[in-house]
Each structure stands twice: as structure tokens, then as C-alpha cells.
Design a protein around this ligand. Structure first.
Ligand SMILES: [Ca+2]
Length: 509
């Protein structure tokens, strides 16, 4: 399958970006001096006496739509993910980690900024924000509020904060955070490979175009039969190989396991034979996509080992929303069981996601952390680990908390008693506008069409089957007031009544 037409990262940048790497190579002494002086001024390195004082590297894997129970280490009965499972065994696995939203763009915005999507006013995905008609059903009771199309340039992204501290910054894969004027290069990334405003590829097999028909940056030259997940990994491995000892931040945002559900044929066939009656997971193409991600994660980790930098590289893996629990091309995509529902809803299946962190020398191996955490937390966590201080005007508005206390001791508690979600949008008949709060074991959903409340005790009822709102009205009301106070604090935009809405005619008795 080798082809001379494949253009590597280094080759591309020799002629496309004015020989980025070569220039850095030629100026390496000056660059490193500036980088390390900047890093020293910013306190980068978080070094302790007698330890390696070089700044740590970061690899942040964001797997699209990966459900909470989709990985072997989270209990999948079909999907084989031995490499990610091994990552979890050598680091820390979170049982109660959340995406800040049940769909792509808002969670990605929270990762980039450390802020709640409701504060950023990015509450639905790019395509829905630009053209609400695509998701419009007739006779909606509420008109959803406007959602910003673009991640504002005034936000200091995690890439910008690290770049200022001397890091090389690469975005590889899905972006989905704005029009071309807001692509990764304008948000602190030195490199953008594969990122556009679109949320998915037209196909996972070459040639690579996004679902809106745009060529993907850096992926125009392909070989026949090339698989997108593998290609993004090739690019990531090339990037890491070219960093040449400089600290780096790699944001590797796989398009998998989002639609189109397309796995490599040999893997699909193997899973087709493996599926047995009664299995929770039973989509062979989806299983193949998950395995391709696992193999890719393994290749990146192998590259860190090969270069001898695994002990200086923090690895994080998260998903941007819950698994898609509905039909696609006639088959259920995935199941988030034991969680309820999935993508596009604020039930646990829509927002609870896998999160694994390996901070060499810090996270105790084989540890499991049960503290509720959220994607907003990654920004302050990464800066805390790196020892990089954020721009004060930005950090004052951050909603996330550093997870460092948990990474050092999984039984620690964070100084926070509640997490919040606000999704004032409709989702293909599976969701009506809703907000929610999790406080300890309690979870409350407030439906914005009619004020209906749902209250669940997650400690006893992780599947959200037993609504306690009527049985515990005072508890429900206290949580509702807390949720409302949070919405006001962050300036959450609310839906408005639709003046043209007409109640559905009752069935004839
Ligand atoms: Ca997604």
C-alpha cells in the first residue's frame, strides 16, 4: 500500500509553511533559548528538586462520540481496546467524567477554553448554529436561542497559553469550532491537519473530504484505500518525530467514531463473527472503528517510547459527548448501557464519557477516580501540570478546576459541589430544550418546554430509571434553584416561546 504520493508532515512544511521545521532547526539554539527562558519565566516544567527540569509534553486524544461503555476498560463486551486499556492500567481512569455538552462543538469549546459552553454561548454544534433549519421539526414549542458559530478570538485557548510558554502546538483531526477565519492556526496552533468547520468526513476512506465537500487541510494527497484514522495517526507520529526535543502539545482529535460508521473491512468481518446473542454492543463496523482508534493510540504511545519521551509526556484521552444510541443505515450505532440514552440528551448516556490520564511519575498506576469531573477541567489541569500561568483576564473567567489533586491522589476531593449543563436545543426528536445539574449523587433535569423535573439518585440508579421528583419535591426544588442561579451567573441564553406553536390535537376518544 506504500505510495510515493504520500506527503509527510515534514515534507509538506518544507514547501507549504516556509520550511517551518527547517527554520526552527536552523534557529534551534536561539529558539530553545527563547522557549526555555519563556518557560522559565512562566514557571514551565513543574520540576522538583533532583528531577528532570525539561517541560513536559502533552498528547490530548479526543475521540469523537465515544460512549462511556465503548472501551474494554469501561466494560464493553464486544470492542477490543487492549492498548487504551493498558494506558488506563498505567495511569488513572475516571468513572464519573463528563463532557460539558451532549454534542460536539460546545464540548470542544470547553476543552479549548476551560469554560462552560453556556458561558461561551456555544451550545450546539456548528452546523446547527449556522443553520437551525437543518435540525428543525415542524411545530416546535420553543425557539432555541442563538448559538455562536465561532470560538471567539478573544478567548485564550489552551494552545495559545502553551505556545506562549514555548510549546510547539499541533491540531490534527476534527476542529468544528468555526469558519475558516477561526481555524486552528488562528487559535494558537502551529499546525492544522484535517480540521475544518465540518463535523465529520464524507467517508473514512480516501480521498478525504469533509461532509460539506471541502478538502481537508494537509490531507489532499492520499493513497488509494487509505483510512482516515490511520492517516491522522501517521501525521501525529510524524509531528512527534519532528519535535526534536522541543516541548509539544498535540491535540489529536479523531473523526472516529462519529458517523459515517465505516470500519476497515477485515476488522468489520472479524467483529461480525464475534457478535453473540445478548451482547450489549452489536455493531461490527462501529467496533472496527473503535479498534482502529485503539491501534492508533497504541502507535502514538509506541512513538513516545521509541523516542524515549514517554516518561516526560502526559497522555489524556476523552470523548466529546456520549455514544450515539440511535439507528444509522439501519443499525443501532452503539449502546451506553448501563447509562440511559446517549448523544444529544442530558441523560448520563449523553454526557458521561471515558477519561484516562497518565502523568508519568505522578498518577499511580491502575487507579480509578470516582470524583465527578468535566471537560472544562482539562484546560486548567494541563496548565497546572505544565506550570504555565494563564493570561489573568482569561483565567478569571474559567469554570474548570485543575485535576492535579486527583491525579496525585484519586481519593482526594475537588473544592466544588456541583456540575451543570445547558442544552436549550432540539435534537432530531430525541431531545427537547433542557438544563441539568449533578450535585454529589443527585442529578436533576429541568425541561424548558414545560418546567418538568426529573430527579435521580445516581448512587442507586445509574440508569436514571426512577424519577424521584414527585417523591422528593423539596430536594428537586433546591437543585432547580441552584441550576437557575448558575444559568444566570454564566449568562446562559434561554429559548423563547414559539408564537406559532399549536398544541398537538388530542387523539379522538
Ligand atoms: Ca461528538
Amino acid at each position: 500500500m506504500e505510495s510515493p504520493k504520500t506527503v509527510t508532515f515534514a515534507e509538506r512544511h518544507r514547501y507549504r509553511n516556509g520550511s517551518l521545521l527547517r527554520r526552527w532547526g536552523g534557529l534551534s539554539v536561539a529558539f530553545q533559548l527563547i522557549a526555555y527562558l519563556t518557560a522559565a519565566l512562566c514557571g514551565a516544567g513543574r520540576a522538583e528538586a533532583g528531577t528532570d527540569e525539561r517541560p513536559l509534553n502533552f498528547v490530548l486524544f479526543v475521540v469523537d462520540d465515544l460512549g462511556w461503555s465503548d472501551l474494554g476498560c469501561y466494560g464493553s463486551d464486544l470492542h477490543e481496546t487492549p492498548r487504551i486499556d493498558r494506558l488506563a492500567r498505567t495511569g488513572m481512569r475516571f468513572t464519573d467524567a463528563y463532557a460539558a455538552a451532549p454534542v460536539c462543538s460546545p464540548t470542544r469549546a470547553s476543552i479549548m477554553t476551560g469554560k462552560y459552553p453556556a458561558r461561551l454561548h456555544i451550545t450546539t454544534w456548528y452546523g446547527d448554529a449556522v443553520d437551525p433549519e437543518v435540525n428543525k421539526e415542524p411545530n416546535l414549542k420553543l425557539i432555541p436561542p442563538a448559538s455562536e458559530h465561532n470560538l471567539a478570538h478573544r478567548e485564550v485557548t489552551i494552545a495559545e497559553a502553551l505556545k506562549r510558554a514555548g510549546y510547539l502546538t499541533a491540531h490534527i483531526g476534527k476542529w468544528h469550532l468555526g469558519d475558516p477565519a477561526h481555524y486552528p492556526q488562528t487559535q494558537g496552533f502551529d499546525i492544522n491537519i484535517g480540521g475544518t468547520f465540518s463535523g465529520c468526513p464524507a467517508s473514512f476512506f480516501s480521498p478525504f473530504f469533509d461532509a460539506d465537500g471541502n478538502a481537508m487541510p494537509g490531507l489532499r494527497t492520499t493513497r488509494k484505500g487509505e483510512y482516515l484514522t490511520d492517516r491522522l495517526t501517521d501525521e501525529a507520529v510524524n509531528f512527534i518525530g519532528g519535535t526534536d526535543g522541543r516541548p509539544f502539545f498535540l491535540h489529536l482529535a479523531y473523526y472516529a467514531v462519529h458517523t459515517p460508521i465505516e470500519g476497515k473491512p477485515e476488522l468489520v468481518e472479524r467483529y461480525r463473527k464475534k457478535i453473540k446473542p445478548g451482547m450489549v454492543h452489536r455493531n461490527p463496523a462501529y467496533a472496527a472503528m473503535v479498534e482502529s482508534v485503539d491501534r492508533s493510540v497504541g502507535r502514538v504511545l509506541d512513538k513516545l517510547d521509541e523516542l524515549g519521551i514517554a516518561d516526560r509526556t502526559v497522555v489524556i484521552l476523552i470523548s466529546d459527548n456520549g455514544g450515539a444510541h440511535y439507528r444509522y443505515r439501519g443499525q443501532i450505532i452503539t449502546s451506553n448501557r448501563p447509562l440511559r440514552a446517549g448523544k444529544g440528551t442530558l441523560y448520563e448516556g449523553g454526557v458521561r464519557v471515558p477519561l484516562i490520564v497518565r502523568w508519568p511519575g505522578k498518577t499511580p498506576a491502575r487507579t480509578v477516580c470516582r470524583e465527578p469531573v468535566i471537560s472544562n477541567d482539562l484546560y486548567p489541569t494541563i496548565l497546572d501540570i505544565a506550570g504555565v500561568r494563564d493570561d489573568r483576564s482569561h483565567s478569571d473567567g474559567i469554570d474548570g478546576l485543575s485535576l492535579v489533586p486527583l491525579l496525585e491522589d484519586p481519593s482526594a476531593r475537588l473544592p466544588r459541589d456541583a456540575l451543570f449543563w445547558h442544552y436549550p436545543h432540539y435534537y432530531y426528536g430525541m431531545n427537547t430544550p433542557v438544563s441539568s445539574i449533578r450535585q454529589g449523587r443527585w442529578k436533576l433535569l429541568e425541561h424548558l418546554e414545560d418546567g418538568r423535573l426529573e430527579l435521580y439518585d445516581l448512587a442507586r440508579d445509574i440508569g436514571e430509571t426512577n424519577n424521584l421528583a414527585a417523591a422528593m419535591p423539596e430536594k428537586a426544588e433546591r437543585l432547580r434553584q441552584r441550576l437557575d442561579a448558575w444559568r444566570r451567573k454564566v449568562g446562559a441564553r434561554m429559548p423563547k416561546p414559539n408564537p406559532n406553536w399549536r398544541p398537538k390535537r388530542e387523539a379522538h376518544p
